[in-house]
Design a protein. Structure first.
Length: 761
C-alpha cells in the first residue's frame, strides 16, 4: 500500500477511497479506514476523495440522503475528506459523464491545493524501499533452502520407495481460516460445509490421483485466544480428531489464512492449541496457506519474510514445510498433487511413520466425553422436570405479561447488543462498538410490548474494583430505565469462549452491585448458539466445569440459547419470553427493584386472639420467603426423588398430572374457613395442608412394604434442622439433596412443610 504512491511519480494528484454504497458503513469500518490511510501520514486526507461504487443500488435516493441516514461514522469520513465525494455506477460504464464529473472534482481539489500533488516523506520512502529489497532477498534465500531440503527428501523417497497408497490427514486451525474449504479443495468436491462453524470433527474420504485420501475437519479456535479460553468441548474434539483416521494421521495440516496479518498473539494461540496433541505433533505438521489468490504475483516466501518473526517462527517450527492453496480455484489439481507430494516427502523423512496417538490420553478423553454426554442428558431432564413441577405448583400464579421489561448484562464482547437486536427483531443497538452508556429501545414482539435496556460491559477477567466507577453507575442505573423495574435481567454469556472461575467471580461481583436479590430475576442467555452445532447446551455446561455450573444453578437453572446469526427464527425469542413469564410466575408477578422494601403486614381475620396478633406482626416478606423456600425444596425433591427411586417413579410418574393446589397463600375458601378464631388457619397453614394432602394422595398403597422406611415428622425435623442454614439453600449443589434418598416423597414434603411452619415462630 505504501509502495503504491511511488508508482505514479512524482506523486498522485488524488487518492480515491472506494466505499461500496450497498453495504452499511459502521464505526468499525471507519476506524479501519482511518488506521490504514494513516500509514501514508496525516497529510493524505487533503488529497483524498470518497468514491461510492454501486451507484445503481441507490435508485431514487440521493447520495446525500444515504450519508445522513448511515450515521456518524460515514459522516465523519466525508467531512475528514473535506466533503469531497462522488458516485460511480460500475454497471453503466458507457455513461461517460460520471467519469468527466469525477475528473472535474479532482481538478477542483488540486486547484485548491495550489496545484500540489501528494508527496510522501522522503525518509519514509527510503525506509519502505529498503525494507522491500530486504524482504525480496530473504524470500529468495528461504525458497532456495526449501528447494534443497525437498530435493534431499525426494532422493530418500526414491531410494526407499515408500510411496503411500493412502493419505490420512487432519485439518487444524483457527475459525474462518478456510479449513473446510481446504478439505473440499483436497478431495476435489464439496464434502465439508463452508461458511458455517465446524462444531464437531467431520471425517470424509475420497480418491485423489488414484489414491485413497481421508480428511478430518476439526472445530476452529478464535485466532487471538489462548487455549485456556477455548471451550473444553472444542479442545476435546481437537484431541480426539486423530482417532478418526486410525492408526494415526500421516499429516496434520495447520491452516493459516493468508489474507490476514499473523501476529505474535496468533502464534501463541497456535502453539498452545497444537500442544494439546503433545510436543511430538510438530514433526507431522505442514502449514497450508489459504486465500492464495490474495498473494497475486508475490511469492509466499516474500510474504513470510514481510510478516515478521511470528510467522517465521511458525514455519521454522514446522521445519519449513508449507504450501499455498487457492480455494477459489479448485479445478487446479496441480496444487493438490504438489501438497500430497510434500506429505510423502515428510513421511519419508520420518521413516514412513505416522503420528502416534497417545492411547492413554485418548482413553481418558473418551471416558470424559461419555461422562459429559450422560450428565448433559441428566441436566436436561432435571431442568425439564423442574419447569414442569413449578408450572404445576404455580398454576394459579401463572403470569401472562402484556409487556416485557428486560435489562441486558454481561462482559464486553459477550453479544449483548446483538442479543437485544435479536429479541426486538431488528437492528436497534450498535453491534461491534462498545456500549459506553445504557441504551433503551422498545418494540412489539409477538403482539406484546418489549422494552430492552443495553448496558456497558465489563472485562470478563476484572473484579468489580477494577471496573470504572462510571460503568458501575450505569449498571446500577439500568434498572431505572424500565420503570417501575425490569421483569428479567438477562446475563449474556458467549458460548464460544471458556467460562473460568475468574469469569465466575467477575459476574458475581458485578451482578451483586444490584443486590443479592438480583439472582431471583436473572436468566443466563448463551449467545453464538451456532457455535454449539449438534452439541446441546447442557453438554457444554457440564464440560465447562464447576464455574459455569455454579452460575446456572445460582440462577435457578434458568438459561436459554440464542443464535444471533439467525434472527429470522422467531421461535428462539418466543421461547425466551415464555421462560421469562415462568420466572415472573415463580416470583409472584414481582419485578426487580433493588431498593424494594415491602412493609405490608399479613392481612387475615382481625380477631383479638393472640395467635392472630402474632400473624399480623409477620411481614408479607417473611411469608413470601417461607413459601419461596418451600417451592424451591419441593421442586428439587420431586426431581431427585423421581431420578433416584426408579421403582416408585413408575408408580408416581403421573402425579403431576393431578391438579396441584395453589401456592398463592390467599384467603381460604368459605368451606375451609373456621367459624371460630380458635380454629383460624393462616394462608400458610392452608397452603401446607393443600400441598401435603395433594402429595400424600399420590402415595402408592404398597409404600410401607416397598423397602423405603417412613419416619415421623418429629424425627425428620431434627435431621433436617441441621441440614442447611438459611441463605445457603440456593448455593448448595443438587447432589447434596441425595441425603433424602431414603425418605418417601410425601413424608419428606410433609416434613418440609412442618419444619417451615414452626422454624421461625
Amino acid at each position: 500500500m505504501m509502495h503504491s504512491v511511488f508508482l505514479c511519480p512524482p506523486g498522485p494528484y488524488a487518492l480515491l477511497l472506494v466505499i461500496k454504497v450497498s453495504s452499511s458503513f459502521t464505526e468499525t469500518h471507519r476506524r479501519s479506514v482511518e488506521e490504514h490511510l494513516q500509514l501514508l501520514s496525516e497529510r493524505v486526507w487533503r488529497h483524498t476523495i470518497v468514491l461510492f461504487t454501486r451507484g445503481d443500488w441507490l435508485g431514487d435516493t440521493t447520495i446525500e440522503q444515504r450519508i445522513e441516514t448511515e450515521g456518524k461514522a460515514l459522516q465523519w469520513l466525508v467531512q475528514k475528506c473535506g466533503n469531497r465525494y462522488h458516485v460511480l455506477n460500475n454497471e453503466n460504464r458507457g455513461y461517460g459523464t460520471q467519469v468527466r464529473e469525477l475528473l472535474e472534482k479532482i481538478e477542483e481539489m488540486v486547484a485548491g491545493h495550489g496545484g500540489c500533488y501528494y508527496e510522501m516523506d522522503r525518509k519514509l520512502q527510503q525506509e519502505v524501499e529498503k525494507k522491500r529489497r530486504t524482504v525480496e532477498e530473504r524470500g529468495r534465500e528461504r525458497m532456495m533452502q526449501v528447494q534443497e531440503q525437498r530435493k534431499d527428501l525426494r532422493g530418500l523417497l526414491e531410494v526407499e520407495e515408500q510411496h503411500l497408497s493412502e493419505f490420512r490427514i487432519v485439518l487444524l486451525g483457527s475459525r474462518m481460516s478456510g479449513k473446510s474449504s481446504a478439505g473440499n479443495t483436497i478431495l476435489g468436491r464439496e464434502e465439508f460445509q463452508s461458511g458455517i462453524r465446524t462444531a464437531k470433527c467431520v471425517k470424509r474420504q475420497g480418491e485423489v490421483a488414484g489414491r485413497q485420501v481421508t480428511v478430518v475437519d476439526t472445530p476452529g479456535w478464535w485466532r487471538n485466544m489462548s487455549a485456556k479460553d477455548t471451550p473444553e468441548l472444542d479442545k476435546q474434539e481437537i484431541v480426539c480428531s486423530v482417532s478418526l483416521c486410525l492408526p494415526g494421521p500421516y499429516a496434520l495440516i495447520l491452516v493459516i489464512d493468508m489474507s490476514s496479518s499473523f501476529t505474535d498473539t496468533e502464534r501463541r494461540s497456535v502453539e498452545e492449541h497444537l500442544q494439546l496433541l503433545s510436543e511430538r505433533v510438530w514433526r507431522h505438521i505442514i502449514v497450508v496457506f489459504t486465500s492464495g489468490d490474495w498473494l497475486g504475483d508475490t511469492r509466499i516466501e516474500q510474504r513470510i519474510e514481510a510478516e515478521g518473526k511470528a510467522l517465521q517462527w511458525l514455519v521454522e517450527k514446522c521445519e519449513n514445510r508449507y504450501h499455498v492453496l487457492n480455494n477459489e480455484n479448485k479445478s487446479d489439481r496441480t496444487q493438490v498433487s504438489e501438497l500430497l507430494e510434500k506429505i510423502e516427502e515428510m513421511v519419508a523423512g520420518h521413516g514412513g511413520c505416522h503420528y502416534e496417538i497417545d492411547r492413554k490420553l485418548l482413553q481418558k478423553m473418551e471416558k470424559k466425553r461419555r461422562g459429559v454426554t450422560e450428565r448433559g442428558k441428566e441436566r436436561m431432564m432435571k431442568v425439564q422436570k423442574q419447569r414442569k413441577t413449578l408450572r404445576a405448583l404455580l398454576k394459579a400464579e401463572e403470569q401472562h405479561l402484556s409487556e416485557f421489561r428486560i435489562v441486558l448484562l454481561g462482559s464486553r464482547w459477550s453479544g449483548k447488543s446483538s442479543a437485544g437486536d435479536t429479541i426486538l427483531g431488528r437492528e436497534e443497538f450498535e453491534s461491534g462498538i462498545r456500549t459506553a452508556q445504557c441504551v433503551k429501545r422498545q418494540g412489539e414482539v409477538t403482539g406484546r410490548q418489549v422494552t430492552v435496556v443495553d448496558t456497558p460491559g465489563w472485562w470478563n477477567s476484572y473484579c468489580v474494583k477494577k471496573t470504572a466507577e462510571l460503568e458501575k453507575q450505569e449498571i446500577m442505573r439500568s434498572v431505572s430505565l424500565c420503570s417501575p423495574g425490569p421483569y428479567a435481567l438477562i446475563l449474556v454469556i458467549d458460548v464460544s469462549s471458556s467460562f473460568t472461575e475468574t469469569h465466575r467471580r467477575s459476574v458475581e461481583e458485578h451482578l451483586e452491585l444490584l443486590s443479592e436479590r438480583v439472582w431471583r430475576h436473572t436468566i443466563v442467555l448463551f449467545t453464538r448458539g451456532d457455535w454449539l452445532g449438534d452439541t446441546t447446551i447442557e453438554q457444554h455446561i457440564e464440560t465447562e466445569g464447576k464455574a459455569l455450573q455454579w452460575l446456572v444453578e445460582k440462577c435457578g437453572n434458568r438459561y436459554h440459547v440464542l443464535n444471533n446469526r439467525n434472527r429470522g427464527d422467531g421461535s428462539q425469542v418466543s421461547e425466551l419470553l415464555e421462560k421469562i413469564e415462568e420466572m415472573v410466575s415463580r416470583n409472584k408477578g414481582d419485578y426487580f427493584c433493588p431498593k424494594e422494601s415491602n412493609e405490608g403486614f399479613e392481612q387475615g381475620f382481625k380477631r383479638e386472639n393472640l395467635h392472630v396478633k402474632q400473624l399480623k406482626k409477620r411481614s408479607e416478606e417473611e411469608w413470601n420467603k417461607r413459601e419461596e423456600e418451600l417451592i424451591e425444596r419441593m421442586s428439587k425433591v420431586v426431581i431427585h426423588f423421581e431420578r433416584d427411586q426408579p421403582t416408585l417413579h413408575k408408580q408416581r410418574r403421573n402425579s403431576l398430572e393431578k391438579s396441584p393446589p395453589t401456592m398463592s397463600g390467599g384467603t381460604p375458601a368459605p368451606s375451609e374457613a373456621a367459624s371460630s378464631v380458635w380454629n383460624y388457619e393462616s394462608p400458610y397453614d392452608l397452603s401446607r395442608k393443600k400441598v401435603s394432602t395433594w402429595l400424600k394422595n399420590t402415595k402408592p398403597e404398597n409404600s410401607i412394604s416397598s423397602g423405603y422406611q417412613t419416619e415421623s415428622s418429629e424425627a425428620m425435623m431434627s435431621d433436617r434442622s441441621s441440614e442447611v442454614s438459611e441463605g445457603e439453600m440456593s448455593d448448595r449443589t443438587l447432589q447434596e439433596e441425595d441425603s433424602d434418598e431414603d425418605i418417601p416423597l410425601p413424608d419428606m414434603v410433609d416434613c418440609m412443610l412442618h419444619d417451615l411452619q414452626y422454624s421461625k415462630v
